[in-house]
Design a protein around this ligand. Structure first.
Ligand code: BGC
Length: 482
């Protein structure tokens, strides 16, 4: 990691959103309290052998009961924005609007009202991995009917909270959810159905998203004036050998199968990337697969995904070097379709979890790629962070170094490259339940003491420094105005 200077106060434009993000299942706990229905993550964690040491989000940070403590953390950081997700099954225990749980509504009303009273703008995600179990029992994201059920849930949320919430994310990371949930089985619902369900799930997520965006556009936008998008995760990828055309096209494929899969339909053409379509069709022939198209087609009878995002919501964590491979060629799998092998550059440090190579400069490159490829959208970086595993260091110097380097890269993308970055959300406000890693991977700006019932939050060095950057920025903008 390079040693960078302090982030200058004038590095970011006026109105820049300074945020931190969380997700309901990772922080709320109280998994069956006050009428909440179970989600697929409750079921997944309650089965043994899925999560590190069989840990669960049953209690997590207990944000359902300790919201006021979270609010203090948000205020201490001086955030202008806070990204949270709603637990769908806390609001609608069986996933449908047949029954609305008043205690769930009251909880989120309090959270949203407290944020607004503290001059913090909420950005609200409707679904961050935790699909209601009752819907999973009806086929979940694999079932075509999910798009309409999601649309009803979205309309209910717009109607109930949209007078105050102006930034909405429909679905978080369809790539991660489809790949880990249905291809690799690492995330809920833990299915391993390689090369097939992954595309169906991604498709239904896009259909659900599009319907919800169109509902907002037609019925709520003129009254509420908010914006709606979908949060897309992507690595930045570069060819291992830039002079080898096969590595170059494997890298393009890698990006298309992660980001283009969702960004191309929404921001470019209303359809999947050409290279993804032809590759999957060619592989169907090669493997003699004849049970219908694996990559579904968008129906003309439904709203098209093109144009269904009012901004680009990007979650960036890491970068990869990519080389061409045919090693999974004979198997029906996403990997075989993608035909790209990832290689870690040995010069990139790894932070905590094995997949997380620390490459802040990859973010600037990815922002430029998005500007060029997806028609220069306004971009919110809706997640970006650094994890620790092992003995906790409250003086997390390396994490702060990472944030400083990253913010420098973002500022260069804005100032030098003309990318329209409108905000940055650190992942995450406080240590929480890191999915299959349980509590051992800590991404927080606040430390949480999971060994005691009070679940005390204590600011890390990185949290203090992030607060100082935000405060310097705010003072600078005030001075500029006078
Ligand atoms: C997810 C977060 C997660 C983070 C770190 C993202 O994929 O949206 O929920 O905690 O990565 O793994």
């Amino acid at each position: 990691m390079s040693l960078s200077k302090e982030v200058p106060a004038d590095a970011f434009p006026q109105g820049f959103a300074w945020g931190a993000a969380t997700a309901a299942y990772q922080i709320e706990g109280c998994w069956d309290m006050d009428g909440k229905g179970p989600s697929i993550w409750d079921t997944f964690c309650h089965a043994k052998g899925r999560v590190f040491e069989d840990q669960t989000g049953d209690v997590a940070c207990n944000s359902y009961q300790l919201w006021e403590e979270d609010l203090k953390c948000i205020q201490q950081l001086g955030l202008t924005h806070y990204r949270l997700s709603l637990s769908w099954s806390r609001l609608l225990p069986d996933g449908t609007t047949n029954y609305i749980n008043p205690k769930g509504v009251a909880y989120y009303n309090k959270v949203i009202n407290d944020l607004i009273a503290s001059a913090v703008m909420p950005m609200v995600t409707l679904n961050h991995f935790d699909l209601p179990q009752a819907l999973e029992n009806r086929g979940g994201w694999k079932s075509p009917e999910i798009a309409d059920v999601f649309d009803s849930y979205a309309k209910f949320c717009f109607k109930t909270f949209g007078d105050r919430v102006k930034l909405w994310i429909t679905v978080n990371e369809p790539y991660v959810c489809a790949k880990h949930g249905y291809e690799d089985g690492l995330y809920a619902p833990g299915l391993r159905e390689p090369g097939t369900s992954v595309y169906l799930v991604g498709h239904n997520m896009l259909r659900a998203h599009s319907k919800a965006w169109h509902s907002y556009d037609a019925n709520f936008r003129h009254l509420q004036g908010g914006k709606v998008s979908i949060a897309l995760s992507s690595d930045w990828a570069e060819p291992l050998d830039p002079s080898n055309p096969e590595d170059v096209s494997a890298t393009e494929r890698y990006m298309d199968f992660i980001l283009g899969w969702f960004a191309c339909p929404v921001f470019c053409t209303g359809d999947y990337p050409e290279k993804m379509k032809t590759r999957i069709e060619a592989r169907n022939l090669e493997l003699g697969f004849s049970e219908g198209p694996r990559l579904p087609k968008f129906s003309e009878d439904e709203p098209n995904p093109l144009g269904t995002a009012d901004f680009f919501a990007l979650n960036y964590y890491t970068s990869r070097k990519v080389k061409n491979t045919s090693s999974h060629r004979s198997e029906l799998s996403f990997k075989g379709d993608q035909g790209a092998e990832v290689v870690m550059d040995p010069s990139w440090p790894i932070c905590g979890v094995s997949w997380l190579a620390v490459v802040p400069e990859g973010l600037r490159k990815l922002l430029n790629y998005i500007k060029e490829t997806y028609n220069n959208p306004d971009i919110y970086i809706t997640e970006n962070g650094f994890s620790q595993i092992g003995p906790v260091e409250l003086e997390d110097i390396e994490r702060w170094q990472f944030y400083q380097d990253t913010l420098q890269e973002v500022s260069k993308a804005i100032r030098d490259d003309g990318v329209s970055v409108t905000g940055y959300f650190a992942w995450t406000l406080m240590d929480n339940f890191e999915w299959a890693e349980g509590f051992r991977a800590r991404f927080g700006l606040f430390h949480v003491d999971f060994s005691r019932a009070e679940l005390k939050r204590t600011v890390y060095h990185s949290g203090r420094e992030y607060a100082a950057v935000i405060s310097r920025h705010r003072t600078h903008i005030k001075l500029e105005k006078t």
